[in-house]
Design a protein around this ligand. Structure first.
Ligand code: ZN
Ligand code: ZN
Length: 202
């Protein structure tokens, strides 16, 4: 049995001498060598997992909701080209982050949104793409999909917007501590207008 479900290619392959068993693969990755069941049951098994993954937030997010914290980090669980792959090799939404233990505890600056033209299959850029960066997944650079580009660009824009907003707030806070009382009053009103301060603060 070979079919596509929600963008994932899934297969249930015969196991020699074991008609009651199947070898299960998703996007070319073997998840079970001797799974007990027939083709229809195998399809159902994958459907349930994939539906659950999407229901719980999809790539990068489902990991925080699964009983084994950090489950489904691997890219093979997702539709190729519809996710990004961070430097830890974990799947994220395009431009997104992975909430697993490992990715949330390392230096997160390395895990900002991928550059818009980063490879479809990894986090590397075209000009210095190392084909053997990941020995489990050697490949040539491939153009990202439109889904990947759009997600990365949106995340980059959002990060820039938040940085600018943060700088504005800091500037106004500096004015609050200024010597000139008129500067202080202006800054207070400006901050209040931005919603950066609680209404009931003195
Ligand atoms: Zn991760
Ligand atoms: Zn690549």
């Amino acid at each position: 049995m070979s079919t596509t479900y929600r963008g994932r290619q899934i297969k249930a392959l015969a196991v020699r001498g074991r008609p009651d068993q199947r070898r299960l693969t998703i996007n070319g990755h073997t998840t079970n060598h001797g799974w007990q069941g027939d083709d229809a049951q195998a399809l159902d098994y994958f459907r349930q997992i994939i539906d659950r993954i999407e229901e719980l937030g999809g790539a990068g997010v489902v990991v925080a909701a699964t009983p084994t914290y950090g489950q489904y980090t691997s890219p093979h669980w997702y539709e190729p080209g519809a996710i990004d792959i961070n430097p830890n090799g974990h799947a994220t939404r395009p431009g997104g982050i992975c909430l697993c233990n490992r990715c949330s505890t390392v230096d997160t600056s390395r895990f900002g949104p991928l550059p818009v033209d980063a490879c479809r299959h990894c986090h590397q850029q075209p000009n210095d793409h190392r084909n053997d960066y990941n020995l489990m997944n050697t490949h040539f650079y491939k153009e990202p999909t439109e889904t990947q580009r759009a997600g990365r660009q949106a995340a980059i824009d959002e990060a820039a917007r938040l940085t600018a907003l943060h700088d504005d707030v800091r500037e106004l806070e500096n004015q609050l501590y200024a010597e000139d009382p008129s500067d202080r009053a202006d800054a207070y009103l400006a901050l209040q207008a931005m919603g950066a301060m609680e209404e009931d603060q003195p």
